[in-house]
Write a protein that binds this ligand. Structure first.
Ligand code: KIV
Ligand code: NA
Length: 270
């Protein structure tokens, strides 16, 4: 398994890092087999696998359930788990209890938290030994306020983001995810920080990229954001399911090849 010091070395050597979401045992196994360096159990699981409308509906139980399955499928890959909506920003004591619970029970390598307001919690987690990945720019848990669109698109907002990014590093964040921001701004933040910066919709000049498993494979998703490239097409799965359905109807499945040879009725009184 690659660890934080490896990611720091990759940044200084200019070696790009890959992060991919995974939500269950098979997707985690595939990500590990593909050589992905960090798996994110993203709260995007609310939409990709649970059919919720947004990440706001995702619970602590959901995150734990899925993260444990991912851990079983990818024991040798650095696993980051999202703190879901409503578990951060409650009060200091509750926030910390939630972080400890998620970290401990899922056997994660790091937790991820959205927004600059998490700075004090990142600091306390770091002091307690919990590595935290910060997430700035478009933070989907706040879509009710920000909408789903390019962030930091004005001079003031860009300057604020640079300050927030520095605050994340100072607070102890081990990595920073930047979502849906101008690529030149992402490049500047990447150069400014010493921790690895992973982008999604943030251009090519970050230290690495993160994408959502279902987006990469075109698996059950209806929307394709501008920054998503499809590397596979799981919609062919529907053709396979149709073929199964048709073959059963036509009496073609199961053919002898898929049938046990053992005959028992000679010995049975019936
Ligand atoms: O939940 C998620 O998938 C994420 C990534 C898009 C960064 O937070
Ligand atoms: Na997320």
């Amino acid at each position: 398994m690659k660890f934080l010091h490896d990611f720091m070395n990759m940044k200084s050597n200019g070696e790009k890092m890959t992060m991919l979401t995974a939500y269950d045992y098979p997707s985690a196994k595939q990500a590990e087999q593909a050589g992905i360096e960090t798996i994110l159990v993203g709260d995007s699981l609310g939409m990709t696998v649970l059919g919720y409308e947004s990440t706001v509906q995702v619970t602590m139980q959901d995150m734990k359930h899925h993260a444990k399955a991912v851990r079983r499928g990818a024991r040798d890959t650095f696993m980051v788990v999202d703190m879901p909506f409503g578990t951060v920003g409650v009060d200091d004591k509750t926030d910390m209890e939630n972080a400890v619970e998620l970290y401990q029970e899922t056997n994660a390598n790091a937790l991820k938290m959205e927004g600059a307001h998490t700075a004090p919690l990142i600091k306390r987690c770091t002091q307690s030994g919990i590595p935290v990945v910060a997430h700035l720019g478009l933070t989907p848990q706040s879509f009710g306020i920000t909408g789903y669109k390019l962030q930091a698109a004005s001079k003031e907002a860009a300057e604020e983001l640079i300050a927030d990014a520095k605050l994340m590093e100072q607070s102890g964040a081990v990595m920073l995810v930047l979502e849906a921001i101008p690529s030149d701004l992402a490049a500047t933040i990447t150069k400014t920080l010493s921790i690895p910066v992973i982008g999604i919709g943030a251009g090519a000049d970050t230290d690495g990229q993160v994408l959502v498993y279902h987006d990469v494979l075109n698996y059950g998703v209806d929307r394709k954001p501008k920054f998503v490239k499809r590397y596979g097409d799981f919609t062919t799965g529907v053709d396979a399911l149709k073929a199964y359905h048709e073959e059963v109807k036509a009496g073609l499945f199961p053919s002898p090849e898929f049938t046990y040879k053992k005959q028992i009725m000679d010995e049975v009184d019936a």
